[in-house]
Design a protein around this ligand. Structure first.
Ligand code: AMP
Ligand code: ZN
Length: 116
């Protein structure tokens, strides 16, 4: 996807505050953080959302999960964190390149979702 903003970030065409990169995944800080530490992990391969993912993405999605603790600790999250994957309209996804948010800070985060 040439015009996808997160593809461009993964290719280094748009600057980002990089956390980690390997051949499969890219991690960078959110430009509008919702917590003292807030970064995202994305597959380098374009996948629009978790709704579009299938078994061909098993390996890269597993890698994102398996790397999350190490990357969180690298950003000072030594006592846990929250992983969020906003998906589709109901999940209020804004950027349609699958991304896993990692959030945390010195204090426990707010409730998982706002009840209404
Ligand atoms: P979501 O609502 O899950 O689709 O989240 C998209 C996230 O991408 C938001 O938290 C935005 O702040 C973040 N974002 C959008 N553009 C950029 C960018 N150029 N660099 C870093 N984060 C971005
Ligand atoms: Zn993309």
């Amino acid at each position: 996807m040439t015009d996808c903003i997160f593809c461009k970030i993964a290719r280094g065409e748009i600057p980002s505050k990089k956390v980690y990169e390997d051949e499969d995944i890219f991690a960078f800080h959110d430009i509008n953080p919702h917590a003292p530490v807030h970064f995202m992990i994305i597959p380098k391969q374009h996948v629009a959302s978790l709704d579009e993912a299938d078994m061909s993405h098993q390996s890269v999605l597993g890698k994102i999960m398996a790397k999350s603790g190490e990357l969180a600790r690298s950003q000072g999250l030594n006592d846990g964190f929250r992983m969020i994957v906003n998906t589709g309209r109901i999940g209020r996804q804004e950027v349609y390149h699958l991304h896993v948010h990692i959030l945390g800070g010195p204090e426990p985060l707010g409730p998982m979702v706002t009840r209404r």
